[in-house]
Design a protein around this ligand. Structure first.
Ligand SMILES: [Zn+2]
Length: 391
């Protein structure tokens, strides 16, 4: 690999603001432009950090987006509003799902007419600059080659390989080796000389697969419905609603049972973008908004903030809320991130010279024993800020 430099620009301490700069020879590639969950939306700091690191947004050659979650693309609009006029690339599904991410950002932060106005004004520019490429395609830019692989996280999620001179950098994005029904299976790339692996570290020290089986989830659902309660799956992350519906359907078919299942209009739209509208059409799932569910039944969908369970700080968790009256809450989760065993597999396979974990705190890396020198983004950021960067 020629002259190579990796600069972390965000995502150091928690989920949010994923943004990384890769400079290979003369090419400057930004991967993701996320939005933090804690901060006010569209904080200036990420875009100014990008601006500062690159000495002007005009110096970005390309922005690659891994998937349609706000912590990976929520600042894109702001980047455009600040004058970025270059290319954006992702899967076609991610490009189409972006609208729902911004809709959620706008809904969550009402009253925030500012963002709604920004969206109205800049979205068309953003989509004009935004191209899609398919699995199997590659991009050549200033002599380096970039190609995507299925990250298995949500529908349309990509990881990327940046190749130059027989060496490569692999970026997993949020990724999973679980056989999820809506995203397809991760296809980790077989690369030569992996200089650096940027890995999803959300479950970096989670060894046990502690997910409830679909059978257990549907057992709990049945009990609640028999009591005359409503069951709500307030899926926070985009795509989780579809995965939940597909699993409920599979388990209902296995039991030869049919429950009343409702999903929001947006869930049907997202399913059709992912290419699963026929699966949904076959299901006995009806369109309804949460407030319209008055009799015992199941609602699956993205819901306004006030319905989200505050205890569920881990945003990927899927929660079953038996009823407002009942104090009993069940927590179930669907695996859409790599756990430590899966990460070990990927590291053994790719043999990277160095691994940097995203969405990871330093202390979470303490007891891990991966066969690759491993660091968190926070450690990398500190080194970068000290100007003490070895690349
Ligand atoms: Zn994600």
């Amino acid at each position: 690999m020629g002259e190579f430099c990796f600069t972390p620009l965000g995502g150091a301490n928690s989920i949010g603001e994923s943004c990384y700069l890769f400079e290979v020879d003369n090419a400057r590639i930004l991967v993701d432009a996320g939005l933090g969950f804690q901060e006010r939306p569209f904080p200036n700091n990420l875009v100014s950090r990008i601006d500062k690191a690159l000495n002007g947004l005009a110096n970005i050659d390309l922005v690659l987006i891994t998937h349609a979650h706000r912590d990976h693309l929520g600042s894109l609009l702001k980047l455009i509003a600040n004058g970025y006029k270059g290319y954006i690339y992702s899967s076609e599904v991610t490009r189409k799902l972006a609208k729902y991410v911004f809709d959620d950002i706008i809904t969550d932060t009402l009253p925030n007419s500012q963002i709604a106005d920004l969206y109205t004004h800049y979205a068309s520019y953003m989509y004009q600059q935004w191209y899609s490429f398919e699995l199997g395609d590659s991009l050549d830019i200033k002599g380096i080659t970039i190609w995507p692989f299925n990250a298995g996280h949500i529908g349309g999620s990509y990881g990327y390989v940046i190749e130059d001179d027989g060496s490569s950098v692999v970026i997993t994005g949020d990724a999973s080796l679980y056989p999820n029904l809506s995203s397809g299976t991760m296809s980790f790339p077989n690369v030569e000389n992996c200089e650096l692996l940027i890995c999803d570290g959300t479950g970096v020290n989670k060894k046990e697969v502690n997910f409830q089986s679909d059978e257990a989830v549907v057992d709990a659902v049945e009990i609640a419905l028999n009591r005359g309660e409503k069951v709500i799956f307030p899926c926070v992350a985009l795509g989780k609603d579809i995965e939940t519906l597909l699993r409920l359907e599979r388990e209902m078919v296995r039991r030869k049972k049919s429950f009343d299942i409702f999903a929001a209009q947006s869930t049907f739209e997202v399913a059709s973008i992912i290419g699963l509208e026929r699966n949904l059409a076959k299901m006995r799932c009806k369109v309804a908004e949460l407030k319209e569910i008055t009799s015992p039944g199941i609602f699956v969908g993205r819901v306004p903030k006030q319905f989200r369970v505050p205890k569920s700080s881990y945003y990927d968790y899927l929660d079953i809320l038996p009823s407002k009256k009942s104090p009993k809450l069940h927590y179930f989760s669907i695996g859409t991130h790599l756990n430590s065993e899966q990460i070990e597999l990927l590291i053994d396979f790719a043999k990277p010279k160095k691994t940097v974990f995203v969405h990871t705190l330093e202390r979470e890396l303490k007891n891990t024993k991966f066969r690759s020198p491993s660091f968190s983004i926070a450690q990398e950021l500190r080194r970068y800020e000290r100007g003490d960067y070895s690349w």
